[in-house]
Design a protein around this ligand. Structure first.
Ligand SMILES: C[S@@+](CC[C@H](N)C(=O)[O-])C[C@H]1O[C@@H](n2cnc3c(N)ncnc32)[C@H](O)[C@@H]1O
Length: 390
């Protein structure tokens, strides 16, 4: 059995009772599978369900937890209710739509080594070419059952990987999302030192891309408008663009072209870029695409005089622009009972502002708090339905 490296607890953080290898074996046994099927079929409140499973002892408790995880897993994986999970593995797993998108970069690979495969969220997407490695034996057992792929229990920091490699380092030391790549397991610097033909590394979207080696490409991926992660690509998985923003499920992509955005007056429309575009530092490219300009050189709002259809952001019509003042805003929102407050580049707390506005009435409004050329402004805007460009 491989020892865990320092800093990676065998009992994983964030999980009340991490699964041990013997518990994983029990769950995967015929007895465990029958218990999970039974727990899955119970249509009872939690306490009554626990009572119903109690006579089965440990396998009953594990099965009940597994059934609950499977229900939760459906939000990320279309077949999540047939896969094996631990609570933390489910939280860490790559949503299927995202995993399938990444896997396409490995289309030319004879084999893909998934180093730190957990229970197989990404490994599943590599199909018959995937080979998994994980430090946690319980996860290895579940990954084998989930994917049918060969999965080895080993410390990847002791391997010298070759060929096409995918890695998704663990980032949640002490139950907190770790933003320091040196604290990840394996550390990012170690993953980037692997001398491999092709590499894909899943990383936290907030890392400093400027610190990355020049031959690494970065792809920011959002799913249904939420930024899920950043991927680093190197070697044969590269596509020739230092920065890419990808929107899933559509697959629309915006790539870096060294654009420089101009700053100008508030136009008739305001565009709120998708988070992947912002995190990929491609707001200037988006300005080019929609013939827009920035309100402020440091803020990711785009303004334009016409609303060119784009999948890379959401358009609003600007109804009013006010200097930021509580009194002016309160007057402007007279008769409005419900307000959506958006903000960027201001310290104002939306909830506090909402209380201070003392709204009453039946109307609805959207207010954007931001800066225009360094000056605080408030805009009253209205979401625009712009036809999809495709
Ligand atoms: C974020 S999870 C991977 C999730 C996976 N991509 C998925 O979608 O299900 C990271 C995994 O790396 C494993 N790991 C961490 N350090 C490792 C090491 N030194 N060697 C092998 N595996 C390691 C952890 O046990 C954990 O299962």
């Amino acid at each position: 059995m491989v020892r865990h490296p320092p800093g990676v607890a065998e009992g994983r953080a964030g999980q009340a009772a991490p699964l041990t290898p013997s518990q994983a074996r029990l769950l995967l046994s015929a007895e465990g599978q029958a218990a999970v099927a039974r727990a899955h079929g119970l249509d009872l409140p939690p306490i009554a369900a626990a009572e119903a499973m109690r006579p089965l002892g440990e396998v009953g408790r594990l099965a009940l937890e597994q059934a609950a995880l499977r229900r939760r897993a459906l939000a990320k994986h279309p077949d999540g209710d047939r896969l094996w999970w631990t609570a933390e593995a489910l939280e860490q797993s790559t949503p299927r739509a995202v995993a399938l998108h990444h896997a396409r970069r490995f289309d030319g690979a004879p084999r893909v080594l998934d180093l730190g495969c957990s229970v197989g969220g990404d490994l599943l997407a590599f199909g018959a070419r995937g080979i998994g490695v994980d430090l946690d034996l319980a996860r290895c057992l579940l990954a084998r059952a989930n994917t049918g792929a060969p999965v080895a229990c080993a410390d990847v920091t002791r391997l010298k990987p070759r060929g096409w490699v995918f890695a998704d380092p663990a980032r949640r030391a002490s139950g907190r999302r770790g933003f320091d790549p040196a604290s990840w397991s394996p550390p990012l610097s170690e993953v980037l030192s692997w001398d491999v033909e092709a590499l894909g590394v899943k990383v936290a979207p907030g890392i400093d891309y400027d610190q990355l080696p020049a031959d690494v490409e970065v792809e920011l991926v959002s799913l249904d408008g939420d930024v899920k992660e950043a991927m680093l690509w190197r070697g044969a998985t590269c596509r020739g663009h230092r920065m890419t923003a990808t929107l899933l499920p559509t697959g629309d992509q915006l790539v870096g072209a060294g654009a420089l955005a101009s700053v100008g007056d508030v136009g008739r429309f305001l565009l709120e870029p998708d988070g992947a575009v912002i995190r990929a530092h491609l707001v200037a490219e988006l300005c080019d695409l929609v013939d827009g300009r920035l309100l402020d050189a440091t803020i990711a709002y785009v303004t334009a005089d016409s609303a060119v259809p784009t999948p890379f952001g959401r358009w609003y019509e600007v109804l009013d622009v006010l200097p930021f003042s509580l009194k002016r805003l309160r007057e402007r929102l007279r008769g409005v009972g419900a307000v959506t407050i958006k903000k960027r580049g201001t310290a104002v707390e939306p909830e506090q502002l909402r209380r201070q506005l003392k709204l009453s009435g039946t109307g609805e409004a959207t207010v954007v708090l931001t800066r225009a050329r360094g000056t605080q402004i408030a805009m009253v805007v209205s979401p625009l339905a712009v036809p999809d460009p495709r």
